[in-house]
Write a protein that binds this ligand. Structure first.
Ligand code: 6GU
Length: 226
């Protein structure tokens, strides 16, 4: 899978995509992640990529030309399954969306910024508008990072134990059971005895029970989702 991220803040994302699971997935050849500085595509001699909005509204708006040129240059090289735009007024990102994206070959993620982008870009070039929740960030970079992280970790082989992506919270609309590691007694804080019993069937049953109870208590909305 190849992901091309377009941003005015490349330094905000470069450390992120070259760390931990994303770095390993790239080293293993499972994912290629490229960051494109939108300013490299402007024809403005001051490297500006935004301008005042028509209508006299407040804030600045990202212009069509640099975005169009960057996306066109990428599309010339290969076909893209989706051109994603991160924006607070997009569809709320969730696990089923991450699952779907992880099956794609090539994705573009355009990070929103400032007041917004010229709406013609959204009409003509964007295929998917995504928000990561009902709060406002200063830019779409953190949202892009969240999307890329959640998608790449689903590529088989990208996390060591494939099983662990399948048993994630949300993967079957339930929160995960609590987990513990050694020692079994830390300052008198005990690990649930069942986990030390060696009885796999009972442990599985406990895990499912915990998963259900935690979901009922913390996220009852998930139980009515499907
Ligand atoms: Cl995608 N962008 C911004 N600026 N704020 C957000 C968001 C995106 N998702 C939630 N808040």
């Amino acid at each position: 899978m190849r992901i091309d991220i377009i941003t005015v803040l490349p330094e905000m994302l470069s450390g992120f995509v070259n760390t931990s699971i994303l770095a390993r997935a790239q080293k293993k050849g499972l994912a290629e992640i490229y960051i494109h500085d939108l300013r490299d595509y402007t024809k403005d001699k001051h490297r500006r990529v935004d301008d005042y909005p028509y209508g006299g509204f407040a804030g600045m708006v990202m212009q069509c030309q640099p975005i169009d040129d960057c996306i066109s240059a990428l599309k010339k090289e290969r076909d893209y399954d989706e051109v994603i735009f991160t924006t607070p007024d997009g569809e709320t990102f969730d696990q089923p969306m991450a699952n779907k994206f992880s099956l794609h070959q090539n994705l573009i993620v355009l990070c929103g910024h400032y007041k917004g982008i010229d709406h013609r870009i959204r009409e003509h070039l964007i295929t998917k508008e995504i928000s990561i929740g009902d709060y406002v960030l200063t830019g779409g970079e953190i949202a892009a990072a969240a999307i890329v992280d959640s998608v790449v970790r689903l590529i088989p082989g990208s996390i060591s134990d494939e099983q662990s992506a399948l048993s994630d919270s949300f993967q079957d609309s339930l929160l995960s059971a609590p987990v513990y590691t050694r020692p079994s007694n830390y300052k008198g804080w005990e690990v649930p005895e069942i986990l030390l019993s060696g009885n796999d069937a009972k442990i599985k049953e406990w895990e499912m029970q915990q998963s259900y109870e935690r979901t009922l208590k913390l996220r009852p909305d998930l139980l009515h989702k499907d």
